[in-house]
Each structure stands twice: as structure tokens, then as C-alpha cells.
Write a protein that binds this ligand. Structure first.
Ligand SMILES: [Zn+2]
Length: 320
């Protein structure tokens, strides 16, 4: 059995691990993204660390704003390493082995297929909910990357005309409502118009987070419940568009915000009944990704496992 190096690059942390093809972690570590001034520095730091750990035969990487055709990161808003970064090339030059670079949400979908609950599914989506909102999509058992390798940007699907301003330059994008900052913004707006007495008023505005908001909602806090209702309605709106267009079997929720678990799933399913076409009602399941349980602290092991699955599939000529 071979081992691989899996790397999950995020705007805040870069997690990496040496993992067997069965998904067993032999070594794992994470570094702050902003401690690297360039992609070359990141590649060098990881190389210096892992070369003394365990043997591996290939490198899989999941990262934001990846063009899977060119194997470059292109114009990533949360990485300060230049506009076009030939990341796969940098890694293969340094490590002298096979490298696979995939979009981070695609990595999680590939991981769900190989290590999670999507093994037998041919039409499913993984939605990652965190700092942004990403989509990994399988249709007819094929990962969808689009004509230019850039597909899956569900976070920038427009759900409100003339809505909130988004970093991408558009208005009303999904992630301005249901990603981390969007949820906190909605909570602050609702708190302004509430008569007080919310648990959320006891948290300093700079500490307010989706985790705290969902926690308060589980305690039936009225303002937090309103926020969660609004977030799950918007999420259901986006998911129902996917189901109505693609007739999916399952939608997995992944990423930090999906750790809110049952309340997120339950309320999203409730709103889906409104938006999904009657003949597709109850045909698609919503599940919280079980790979989430492998995430701990700053380590997003679901992202690393996805990167491992992508390089394993590439090197063993398995279709992903
Ligand atoms: Zn946008």
C-alpha cells in the first residue's frame, strides 16, 4: 500500500499530512498561510518538514481558485502570492514526483466519494460552508469542472438582485449571506432591530461567530433562530436550484459552519420542501459530511483526504 502527501491550502491555514491510500494519517501538521511570503516559500517549508517524516509517492493539493486545466491558482482573493501561481509545477519541481492540484471544494467531493458516504452515488453535490461557499459536483459519476476548469462557484450565484456587495464585484452573491461574515452580518442587523434580551447581546460584536449563533439557536434564542432561519432558507434556495436542474441524489454539507449539525440540516430540509419541484420532493437527501468528524482545530482533514484521493486516483488511473 502506498502513502501520499495531501495538502489543504486555505486563506488562514495550510494543513498537510502523509496518508495511506486507505485514509490512515501517518503524520499531520499545519502552518499559518500568512507566514509564507510566496508560494515557493510554502513549497520549501513543507518539503523541509515532510522529507524527514515518512515515505510517499505523490502529492495531492486542494486550494481555492484553482484552474484544473492549467493546474494553476488564478486570482485567489485570499492568497497574496501573485495573480497566477503555477502551484502544481512548483511542487513537482521540488518533490520530483506526480502532483495533482484540484479546487478545494472539488477535493472535498472527491474525498466524499473515496473515503465518505458518496461511494455508490453518481449524482451528488458537496457544499463547503466556511469563509466562502464552494461546490464540488458529480453528474453521471463524473466530477464537473466545466469548459475552462473553473466550474463550481456556487458562492457567487446571485440570490438577490441588488443585494449585498461581494468581494467578486457583483451584488447579492450567495456567500454574502451564508458564509461566515454574511451570517454574522445578518445577526448584527437583526440585533439592531431587536428589543434586547438575546443571548447574542452578551457576546462582544468582534467575537460573534456562526458557531455562537447556531449554539444560541439551539437554546431557542429568538434572534439567533431568525438568523438561522434566514441562512437555511438561502441555503435551501441554492440547493433547490441544483436539485431542480440536476436531479441529485444527495447534497453533503461540509466545512466549519456545517459542524452546527442537526439544526442546519433539519431547517434546510424544511425550506427545501418549499423550493424543490413537487415531483422531486424527498428524492434528494441532505447529509452532514462524515469526513467533518475527522476535522480538528485548524486541521481540515476532509480537505487533506480529498487531496489524497485525487492524487491516488490520478496515479492509479481510477476515474474521479
Ligand atoms: Zn460574489
Amino acid at each position: 500500500m502506498s502513502n501520499y502527501l495531501g495538502i489543504d491550502i486555505g486563506g488562514t491555514n495550510v494543513g498537510y499530512g502523509i496518508v495511506s491510500e486507505a485514509g490512515e494519517f501517518l503524520y499531520q501538521h499545519s502552518i499559518k498561510t500568512n507566514t509564507c511570503n510566496s508560494a515557493e516559500e510554502l513549497v520549501d517549508k513543507i518539503f523541509q518538514d515532510v522529507k524527514k517524516r515518512a515515505e510517499f509517492v505523490g502529492v495531492g493539493i486542494g486550494a481555492p481558485s484553482v484552474n484544473q486545466q492549467t493546474q494553476c491558482i488564478e486570482y485567489a482573493p485570499n492568497l497574496n502570492w501573485g495573480d497566477i501561481i503555477p502551484l502544481a509545477q512548483l511542487f513537482s519541481d521540488k518533490f520530483n514526483m506526480e502532483v495533482s492540484l484540484v479546487n478545494d471544494a472539488n477535493a472535498v467531493a472527491i474525498g466524499e466519494k473515496h473515503f465518505g458516504e458518496a461511494g455508490e452515488l453518481e449524482n451528488f453535490a458537496v457544499i463547503t460552508l466556511g469563509t466562502g461557499v464552494g461546490l464540488g459536483l458529480y453528474v453521471n459519476n463524473q466530477l464537473v469542472i466545466g469548459a475552462h476548469g473553473l466550474g463550481g462557484e456556487i458562492g457567487h450565484s446571485i440570490i438577490r438582485r441588488d443585494g449585498r456587495e461581494c468581494k467578486c464585484g457583483n451584488m447579492g452573491c450567495l456567500e454574502t449571506y451564508i458564509a461566515k461574515d454574511g451570517i454574522v452580518k445578518t445577526a448584527k442587523e437583526k440585533l439592531e432591530f431587536s428589543s434586547g434580551g438575546s443571548i447574542l447581546n452578551t457576546i462582544s460584536p468582534s467575537e460573534l461567530s456562526p458557531a455562537e449563533i447556531f449554539k444560541a439557536a439551539r437554546k431557542e434564542d429568538p434572534v439567533a433562530l431568525e438568523v438561522v432561519d434566514s441562512v437555511t432558507k438561502d441555503l435551501a434556495f441554492a440547493i433547490s436550484n441544483l436539485i431542480n436542474i440536476l436531479d441529485l441524489e444527495c447534497i453533503f454539507l461540509s466545512g466549519g459552519i456545517s459542524k452546527s449539525g442537526n439544526i442546519l440540516k433539519r431547517k434546510t430540509e424544511k425550506h427545501l420542501k418549499t423550493y424543490v419541484l413537487p415531483n422531486l420532493h424527498d428524492k434528494a437527501q441532505v447529509k452532514i459530511s462524515i469526513l467533518n468528524e475527522k476535522n480538528s482545530g485548524t486541521m481540515k482533514n476532509s480537505g487533506i483526504l480529498g487531496a489524497i484521493a485525487s492524487i491516488y486516483a490520478k496515479m492509479s488511473a481510477v476515474t474521479i
